[in-house]
Design a protein around this ligand. Structure first.
Ligand code: NAP
Ligand code: MG
Length: 404
């Protein structure tokens, strides 16, 4: 390794909080700066800076991703009442991920990182299953209420010309009950469908989608129809050219097929399905610490991060001066994912190659039996040792410099 790899376009770098903030700096010092002329535009999304700027820094970071196209983000605290006290906040700031997603729009793709020695609960799942969650509407933006016995609930739609359409939902005879209204928009579903199909092409994997259109003949049917329309009119040819498929089935059938599959595809999920199934997938593959996440906007902007949070419990140990064994793999993959995408967009083969080797070195370390505590508990390797947070990164660094 003689010369450092250069980068033409800056990457939007978003720093974060607690243990992941510590790891963030170590990844840069040990794995990136020795080999890369790291070109980033830095935004500190740590809670103190968000307070100082009244959260403008989060918006600025999102707009920078719009300007440059690719960002990489450290995990951040989403404040709750305890955090407001702990950090003396003047407001309960919104989740930075929510703010960024609102500005960029788009779909979150989450994929486990398979590694030898940590077997998925379903041994057939050799390749990773990527979940694409539609992150708008349905039960997450619902209106709900209690209806007393003797009352009735109706669905009322006011058309643009003022005409009213009414549907009886239920008459509550002899018993109290509940009612819930949910919505979605064609615009959001179209953009979800396009994001999934573009991502399928960019990762060369089949795309599966399932909804409950046999029961929900208008609502879920609309999702199915929009996906079919986008596929037929914009993607069919491109999918055929690279030999991937789009596959729709009833959600029940999709789940049965997922269980029997060997992985290696993207599973598009409605909002609730994606929320629930992504936890199932993460657990089935072993650990949330081995899950990557990327937000892909319909305009082709990418934001990479780890799927886990700031690992608060480990941070408090760290503050007490005790050793920690926090897994940095998902954060390393956030960097490698972003660097690879930046390299692809800029035609920078050296950068793409570096990203691949960074991932290889990380996996090699674990497969050599050197791992953090979370994986030590899961790994079935005969010879394995648990190392602390920094030692793991140093071990990855040794293997990286050997293959560069
Ligand atoms: P978390 O940070 O994901 O950690 C939950 C637990 O999972 C940890 O205590 C740890 O278990 C294990 N874990 C997660 N990542 C790990 C890693 N890299 N290495 C080893 N173990 C790991 O979730 P949380 O504690 O619920 O949330 C903490 C903060 O993160 C919250 O303030 C929340 O708002 C924020 N958060 C941010 C994001 C984001 O920025 N994308 C996402 C989720 C949560 P053990 O303690 O048992 O070892
Ligand atoms: Mg969930």
């Amino acid at each position: 390794m003689t010369r450092k790899i250069t980068m033409n376009t800056p990457l939007v770098e978003m720093d974060g909080d607690e243990m992941t903030r510590i790891i963030w700096q170590k990844i840069k010092d040990i794995l990136l700066l020795p080999y890369l002329d790291l070109n980033t535009e830095y935004y500190d999304l740590g809670l103190e800076e968000r307070e100082k700027t009244k959260d403008r820094v989060t918006e600025d970071a999102a707009n920078a991703i719009k300007k440059y196209g690719v960002g990489v983000k450290c995990a951040t605290i989403t404040p709750n009442e305890e955090r407001v006290k702990e950090y003396n906040l003047t407001q309960m700031y919104k989740s930075p991920n929510g703010t960024i997603r609102a500005i960029l729009d788009g779909t979150v793709f989450r994929a486990p990182i398979p590694v030898k020695g940590v077997e998925p609960f379903l041994p057939a799942w050799r390749k990773s299953i990527t979940i694409a969650r539609h992150a708008y509407g349905d039960v997450y933006k619902n209106t709900e209420d209690i209806v007393p016995a003797g009352g009735k609930a109706e669905l009322l739609i006011t058309l643009p010309d003022g005409t009213e359409k009414r549907h009886l939902i239920h008459e509550y005879v002899g018993t109290d009950g509940i009612v819930q209204g949910t919505h979605n928009t064609d615009e959001s579903i179209f953009s979800f469908a396009r994001a999934c199909m573009n991502y399928a092409i960019s990762t060369r994997q089949d795309l599966w989608f399932g909804a409950k259109d046999t029961i929900s003949k208008t609502y879920d049917r609309r999702f199915r129809d929009i996906f079919e329309e986008v596929y037929a009119s914009e993607f069919k040819g491109k999918f055929a050219t690279i030999g991937i498929e789009y596959f729709y089935s009833l959600i029940d059938d999709v789940i049965a097929r997922v269980i029997r599959s060997d992985g290696g595809f993207i599973w598009a999920c409605k909002n609730y399905d994606g929320d629930v199934m992504s936890d199932m997938i993460a657990t089935a593959y072993g650990s949330l610490a081995m899950m990557t996440s990327v937000l892909v906007s319909p305009d082709g902007y990418y934001e990479y991060e780890a799927a886990h949070g700031t690992v608060q419990r480990h941070y408090y140990r760290h503050l007490e001066g005790k050793p920690t064994s926090t897994n940095s793999v998902a954060s390393i993959y956030a960097w490698s994912g972003a660097l690879r995408k930046r390299g692809e967009l800029d035609g920078n083969a050296g950068l793409v190659d570096f990203a691949g080797k960074l991932e290889l070195a990380s996996l090699k370390t674990i497969e050599d039996g050197v791992m953090t505590g979370d994986l030590f508990l899961l790994s079935n390797l005969k010879k394995k040792q648990e190392v602390d947070t920094e030692t793991f990164l140093l071990e990855v660094g040794q293997r990286l410099s050997a293959i560069l």
